[in-house]
Design a binder for this molecule. Structure first.
Ligand code: ATP
Length: 247
């Protein structure tokens, strides 16, 4: 195992069984993610992108194959330590009832940590300190999204999993969140796996891009060549047609 591989998937497969019907969602995925890269994960709806993220912090386990984080198989990690190292943020970050501060302190209380200046995490996502005592119900969509990200950052994860975090936001909020994340990446060399439906976003933010189709990793390459000189016919078709289903 190379030191520089922060995340490695080796022969990862996953099936789900619903009402007695078994659906193979990931099919023998092999992929490595280098330290400090931003990998944008693309693919049609239902192709298995979120399932890949869930494997990286043990929200799900593979049926076959292994996921390594810094060279150690995820199942051998202590879960709180893994979740501190690998942070995840979703499109609709679930909030506990209460204030912005209550929500910011949640990961610290789960991990029995003290955070002295919670407002520093608001600052990281460009939210004013004056929001600390505001009820989360009174936040705008963009503010909630930033708070969700701030809460993920409290643990200072060195790997960040982002699952369509900007898909419900207006274009200017999208660009602001991208800017925040790119700054964080620059300052802390955070490794980022970013699932997005937005091809322009994937091209703007990615250092590398993956295309997942029907649970298979059909193309993985540096982002620029992914978009300019795709190798696989399915990538060409996907880039031409956007998110429509591929055969
Ligand atoms: N816990 C689960 N139980 C049963 N089926 C599941 C579960 N989680 C995901 N699936 C199924 O696995 C498939 C892949 O889901 P996944 O969320 O990984 O796709 P995705 O590529 O992220 O999709 P989208 O772009 O629409 O978010 C889908 O058909 C989904 O219904």
């Amino acid at each position: 195992m190379l030191e520089s591989n922060t995340v490695e998937l080796r022969g990862v497969s996953k099936s789900f069984s619903t009402n007695g019907k078994v659906e193979r969602v990931l099919n023998h995925i092999n992929g490595t993610i280098e330290n400090g890269s931003i990998v944008t994960i693309l693919g049609p709806s239902g192709s298995g992108k979120s399932t890949i993220l869930s494997m990286c912090n043990l929200l799900l386990t593979p049926d076959e194959g292994d996921v390594f984080i810094y060279g150690k198989e995820v199942r051998n990690w202590n879960i709180p330590e893994l979740r501190q190292t690998v942070g995840i943020a979703f499109q609709a970050a679930p909030m506990i009832p209460g204030t912005v501060l209550d929500n910011l302190l949640l990961p610290a209380s789960i991990h029995q940590m003290n955070i002295d200046h919670p407002e520093q995490f608001l600052e990281k996502v460009s939210l004013p300190e004056s929001l600390l005592h505001k009820n989360v119900q009174d936040l705008s969509g963009g503010q909630r999204q930033r708070l969700g990200l701030a809460r993920t950052l409290v643990n200072r994860p060195s790997i960040l999993l982002l699952d369509e975090i900007t898909s419900a936001l207006d274009p200017s909020s999208v660009r602001e969140i991208e800017h925040l994340i790119l700054n964080l990446h620059k300052e802390e060399n955070t490794t980022i796996l970013w699932v997005t439906h937005d091809l322009d976003q994937a091209r703007r933010v990615g250092t590398h891009s993956w295309l997942i189709v029907n649970g298979e990793l059909v193309e993985h390459s540096p982002t620029e060549s992914f978009f300019t000189t795709p190798k696989d016919d399915r990538t060409k078709q996907f880039l031409a047609k956007g998110m429509t289903d591929l055969p």
